[in-house]
Write a protein that binds this ligand. Structure first.
Ligand SMILES: NC(=O)c1ccc[n+]([C@@H]2O[C@H](COP(=O)([O-])OP(=O)(O)OC[C@H]3O[C@@H](n4cnc5c(N)ncnc54)[C@H](O)[C@@H]3O)[C@@H](O)[C@H]2O)c1
Length: 345
């Protein structure tokens, strides 16, 4: 992910500069430093915080490192951009938000889907009530990790990742649906490990039902073990006056991110009636709060601007606590066979 973040730093040197890089693997840190033209190289994050004159850190490490690194960065007075998921337990997440608030630093989670112009377009439609009351939402996230990653990769290990496909991949859509529909009240879910490559409680299949505080209902399905499809992440949102549907990327442009979003309109005829089906029309992407079309560049520059202007980012750590609550609520439901009220965890 550090490489996905890099273009933003290279494109906006007047706003932000990378001055040091750290990785515990020497070959990885050397390669990144060469690509990014950085001369200060570290293998120890704490040492880098002590020795370098930096304002902020961009943490792209493995989930089990997120808590420690966030808290020591906050204590060193650094603003923090952290890759999702925030951490491996809800208590860790709460401790991190507390530590960053105590230190008075900006803490943003890199929930990249919020920074797609299509997501801003959908948000604006919903805020303008063009969908009417929203009744339901659905989201699917599908990858085949065993075809992509070495089989000893941390993503297969629940001890390192804090879980499996739900915490690593579904989190994107759960966070996006929260952004659009508001917080989740109750969840139930089933998380299962079917492929033995997944160990220490990492599930490769997950299915969950959500009830939002608004009364809308939703379902979320995800798998790390289904033959790879070019259409990996998609969602639907159903309102009284229209349906939003995230279009797949164009043919031959397979990408794991979602494509543009379209809305189904239901035009009334002269008698004030409408057809059963309506038609899908592209929605207008909105980028006035973003710097362009690339969600990673948008996300990083949004973080930089929020640090420089002392503003809470769209995906603050504080906001993200409720995404993490939803995730850990689904795990709890799967472990206990019970519906979980998120106020109780
Ligand atoms: N937003 C997205 O679309 C997206 C996609 C993939 C991954 N991610 C997230 O990005 C993060 C990184 O994932 P990745 O796929 O880049 O993993 P990766 O394994 O490719 O890279 C992680 C790097 O962190 C280094 N590292 C581990 N512990 C460290 C420590 N204590 N100090 C310094 N360096 C350390 C590793 O050596 C490795 O180079 C995860 O949180 C993951 O969920 C986000």
């Amino acid at each position: 992910m550090a490489y996905a973040h890099l273009p933003a730093y290279l494109k906006f040197p007047d706003k932000v500069q990378l001055t040091a890089v750290c990785d515990i693997r020497q070959e990885a840190v050397k390669l990144f430093a060469k690509t990014a033209k950085i001369s200060a190289i570290y293998n120890d994050f704490e040492k880098m915080l002590k020795e370098e004159d930096i304002d902020a850190v961009d943490i792209c490490t493995i989930h089990d490192q997120h808590k420690f690194q966030t808290i020591i960065a906050a204590e060193a007075g650094k603003h923090i951009l952290l890759e999702k998921p925030m951490a491996c337990t809800l208590q860790d997440c709460r401790d991190m938000v507390k530590a960053t608030e105590k230190a008075g630093v900006n803490f943003m989670i890199a929930q990249v889907l919020r920074y797609l112009p299509s997501s801003q377009g959908v948000l604006s439609l919903i805020q303008n009530e063009e969908l009417g009351s929203i009744r339901a939402a659905q989201g699917n996230s599908i990858l085949k990790q065993s075809l992509i990653l070495p089989h000893d990769h941390w993503m297969f290990d629940g001890n390192r990742a804090g879980g499996g496909v739900l915490i690593t991949l579904s989190i994107h859509l759960i966070d996006l649906l929260r952004y659009f529909l508001g917080d989740v009240k109750k969840v139930s879910g089933i998380c299962k490990t079917m492929n033995p490559l997944f160990i220490n409680g990492a599930e490769d299949f997950s299915s969950a039902t959500l009830e939002f505080k608004s009364g809308a209902i939703g379902n979320i399905f995800a798998s790390f073990s289904i033959g790879r499809t070019p259409w990996n992440i998609k969602y639907l949102i159903y309102g009284d006056s229209g349906t939003i549907y995230s279009n797949p990327p164009p043919l031959n442009k397979a990408h794991y991110q979602i494509g543009s979003a379209v809305i189904s309109s239901r035009k009334l005829d002269n008698d004030g009636r409408t057809s059963q089906k309506g038609e899908f029309i592209p929605i207008k992407p909105i980028s006035n709060t973003l710097v362009g079309n690339d969600p990673f560049i948008n996300e990083i520059i949004h973080f930089v601007d929020s640090c420089q202007n002392d503003k809470e980012p769209f995906s603050s750590g504080k906001d993200n606590l409720n995404t993490m609550k939803t995730i850990f609520g689904i795990y709890k439901s799967s472990n206990t066979n019970k519906v979980i009220n998120l106020n109780d965890i």
